[in-house]
Ligand binder design. Structure first.
Ligand SMILES: Cc1cc2nc3c(=O)[nH]c(=O)nc-3n(C[C@H](O)[C@H](O)[C@H](O)COP(=O)(O)O)c2cc1C
Length: 327
């Protein structure tokens, strides 16, 4: 190792900083970092205090969210030329220790990682309808390849299959909205006065339900994000899936989501995650049937081109690096 101890500590700090931009379910940011004092190792823990107990009792979306943060941290290290190993779920006795990154050396900066890291600062969740220009095949291929490189698969639905996911979403919505505890949890995380830099502010939630092939999720009261009257007819829907359905797969799915989403951003495509369909068992089973039983669904996504004339969707707040770091 040629770098000094001090610069390694700074390196880990920069990775934690970069991971702040990662997307997370309802912007819960359910991660906690612990850099080692010698600056060689960075531990990623799930922060259960920010788990959605009603919507996500198993913690699959929490772990997927931590996976997006892990991928962002990896990008920051690779873009700065660091070589490193990642051990995922390294200790059976510590299930909340999701990953351990160990620096192994330094070389040339990874140009592709730099491009994706650059996209991370422009990436936002856009819940407005997309334009009527269908996604270009090369752009879709690039997103699928980015997901595949993270040991996860992305199945893009044929047009006649979208109705199935719309029906699954409607069923999930009925089950979730009829649950008072779910409504109360949403009210704690979406809209209104935010008690800290977590949750989804009202200005990121559409002022009324957009016209979409697959209905949007329940967010309680309408937000203040202006939306046009367009329909997302040209959007392509997909399902992130894989062979197994355990924490390691959810972590990899989160890394894949980040890789696919940032790749989409570099291609001018917006990607919208749709998670209600995996939160509720009957809907998850419907998605499994859509995959002909060949995979376990981790998340649905919508891909399409945003309206270039409309202002960019607002940035959501983030906790500071200190607030998500343990010494
Ligand atoms: C695992 C996961 C699931 C998500 N599910 C949804 C969803 O169902 N609907 C939605 O509108 N946004 C969803 N999001 C987007 C988050 O709400 C968003 O990332 C967060 O509010 C931070 O905002 P930003 O992406 O604009 O930075 C999801 C994000 C992740 C990582």
């Amino acid at each position: 190792m040629t770098q000094t101890h001090e610069s390694d500590v700074t390196t880990l700090r920069a990775a934690i900083e970069a991971a702040r931009a990662a997307p997370s379910i309802h912007n819960t940011q359910p991660w906690r970092w612990q850099p080692s004092h010698d600056g060689q190792t960075l531990h990623l823990y799930a922060d259960r205090s920010r788990q959605l107990e009603v919507e996500d009792p198993e913690g699959r979306l929490l772990i997927e969210s931590c996976g997006t943060a892990l991928h962002h941290a990896r990008l920051a290290l690779a873009a700065a030329g660091w070589r490193f190993d990642v051990q995922r779920l390294p200790d059976n006795n510590q299930p909340d220790l999701l990953a351990m990154i160990t620096l192994t050396g330094h070389g040339d900066p990874d140009e592709h990682a730099r491009v994706l890291l650059d996209a991370a600062s422009r990436r936002h969740t856009d819940r407005r309808p997309v334009t009527d220009r269908p996604p270009d095949q090369p752009a879709l291929d690039a997103v699928v390849a980015a997901v595949t490189a993270e040991d996860t698969r992305l199945y893009l639905l044929r047009r006649d299959q979208v109705v199935e996911i719309a029906a699954a979403m409607a069923a999930a919505d009925i089950i979730e909205v009829s649950d008072e505890a779910h409504r109360a949890e949403i009210a704690r995380w979406v809209g209104g006065e935010r008690r800290d830099a977590t949750g989804i502010p009202a200005n990121a939630v559409p002022e009324h339900a957009p016209q979409t092939q697959v209905p949007g999720r329940y967010f309680g009261s309408p937000g203040t994000l202006p939306i046009g009257h367009g329909h997302d007819d040209a959007a392509v829907y997909g399902i992130l899936h894989g062979d197994n359905d355990a924490p390691l797969d959810w972590l990899r799915a989160g890394e894949a989501l980040s890789a696919g989403w940032l790749t989409a951003t570099t291609r001018g495509l917006s990607l919208l995650p749709i998670s209600a369909v995996v939160e509720v068992l009957p809907a998850r089973l419907a998605l499994r049937r859509l995959l002909s039983g060949l995979g376990n669904p981790y998340l649905a996504v919508r891909l399409g081109y945003p309206d270039a004339e409309a202002p960019a969707p607002p940035a959501t707040p983030r906790l500071t690096a200190d607030e998500v770091t343990e010494s």
